[in-house]
Design a protein around this ligand. Structure first.
Ligand SMILES: Cc1cc2nc3c(=O)[nH]c(=O)nc-3n(C[C@H](O)[C@H](O)[C@H](O)COP(=O)(O)OP(=O)(O)OC[C@H]3O[C@@H](n4cnc5c(N)ncnc54)[C@H](O)[C@@H]3O)c2cc1C
Length: 404
């Protein structure tokens, strides 16, 4: 068996009925753009390319949205995982502020999609709250607040006195409208539904096993021997890229989520804000439409795969203790526990664009802080690049920015 990238029973695939099944490939076909991977990233690419009138196909080795997409917490935030002051070691303040602004742009794009196609994925725009319970970190939080304030982001500084959270907060940055959340499984299917009428083709249970390049074409072989010939291939395979390149794009960890049973007494405040502490690695939590809490974090090394059950259980237990400490008055039962690979990058950004040595090999990899928002930016910018319009901001995400 190959490396496992996701482990445990996913809440989002469990609560949703399979909305649509796609056939597997049973003939040789041609397409201009071959998208490999049918997670949220592949679906986003499929949406933007087909909307631009490009003949695109998605090839998914398993089921749509059953990889990392099925277990993402789906916190959509413009801010990055590390604070600006720390990121300045590896990138410029200008780039950090630009990426915050691009995050807001990606959030607006999702809102536009929802406005056009309906909210079939429990999308909710809300405030995001970065906080610390440690006196020693107050200075760092203040610095982050000032960076955002001076660059016109809508932020409020929260101190012990103004803290509305009900748990220990020494300092925090509240970003008004700075985040959102949704159901990733249903969002992925909504994107595909919207794209089918634009000519997107989607095949499930169709693993790509070989890729060969010619001067003016790329040839892909799938698991049952059928072939796809295209002009370019875009890798949207999440944290497993080994079939396409030896490049190591980021530092892999295993990250964990637990989901409670529905809790009637959750106060409105917690439904309208997404919370993240300033620890390293950090914890974060959100609510769901049916009043559950999802808490995540407690990352461990990924090394050659997800750690053993016993080691994973230690992280789940820590998350359970954490949520019970935050909410001592709630009766909390845990219903789902799962984990998966995650990849961090030095500047917290993903990789979008062409392989430096191969013009026909493109990547859309939502690594770093905000995988889903980076994928939205990838969909927007790569579909433009394909028709010859290079977005200046694509440089932030270029593949060759680090020696990997
Ligand atoms: C616990 C956890 C919490 C997270 N929380 C967040 C969050 O809050 N916000 C956020 O933005 N991100 C979060 N992430 C990261 C998030 O998972 C990613 O941003 C996003 O889901 C990745 O989607 P994807 O489509 O790129 O990858 P995937 O969903 O893994 O999709 C890749 C697909 O490619 C397919 N594939 C692989 N190889 C082949 C092949 N050879 N042929 C055909 N198909 C192939 C796989 O089967 C898979 O379906 C989290 C990750 C984890 C593990």
């Amino acid at each position: 068996m190959g490396t496992q990238y996701v482990k445990g029973e996913s809440f989002f695939t469990r609560i949703n009925k399979v909305t649509k099944q796609y056939e597997y490939l049973t003939e040789d076909i041609e397409a201009d753009v071959i998208i490999v991977g049918g997670g949220v990233t592949g679906a986003i690419l499929g949406y933007y390319f087909s909307k631009s009138g490009v003949n695109a196909v998605i090839l998914e080795k398993s089921r749509i949205a059953h990889g990392s997409t099925s277990i993402t917490t789906s916190l959509l935030q413009y801010e990055l995982d590390s604070n600006a002051e720390e990121l300045k070691k590896d990138t410029s303040l200008e780039n950090i502020v630009k990426s915050y602004k691009l995050g807001l742009k990606a959030l607006s794009e999702i809102e536009n999609f929802i406005a056009q196609y309906g909210n079939g994925c429990d999308f909710k725009r809300l405030d995001s709250f970065l906080y610390t319970a440690k006196d020693i970190e107050v200075k760092e939080i203040k610095e982050e607040y000032h960076v955002r304030k001076e660059n016109d982001f809508q932020v409020e500084f929260i101190d012990k006195v103004s803290n509305p959270s009900g748990f220990d907060v020494k300092a925090g940055v509240l970003s008004k409208n700075g985040g959102a959340m949704f159901d990733p499984y249903r969002f992925t299917h909504s994107l595909l539904d919207a794209s089918l009428s634009n000519g997107l083709r989607v095949y499930e249970n169709t693993e790509v096993i070989k890729v060969e390049y010619e001067d003016d074409a790329v040839n892909v072989e799938t698991v049952y021997g059928y072939k796809v010939r295209g002009k370019i291939i875009i890798v949207a395979t999440g944290y497993n890229t080994s079939l396409f390149t030896n490049r190591d794009f980021g530092v892999k960890t295993t990250t964990f989520n637990i989901v409670t049973k529905p809790i009637d007494q959750i106060e409105e405040l917690y439904k309208n804000v997404i919370f993240r502490d300033n620890e390293d690695p950090y914890n974060y939590f959100r609510t769901t439409e049916d009043n559950r809490l999802i808490i995540g974090g407690e990352d461990l090394d990924f090394l050659h795969g997800i750690p053993s059950e016993a080691i994973c259980n230690e992280s789940y237990t820590k998350l359970e203790q954490r949520i019970k400490t935050l909410f001592p008055n709630l009766s909390i039962d845990i219903e789902y526990k799962y984990c998966g690979a995650f990849a961090s990058t030095k500047d917290n950004l993903g990789f979008l664009g062409k392989d430096p040595k191969n013009n026909k090999l493109w990547y859309c990899l939502g690594y770093g802080a905000n995988g889903i928002l980076f994928a939205i930016l990838g969909g927007m910018m790569l579909s433009k690049l394909y028709i010859g319009e290079e977005d200046e901001d694509l440089k932030l995400f270029r593949i060759s920015r680090y020696d990997c």
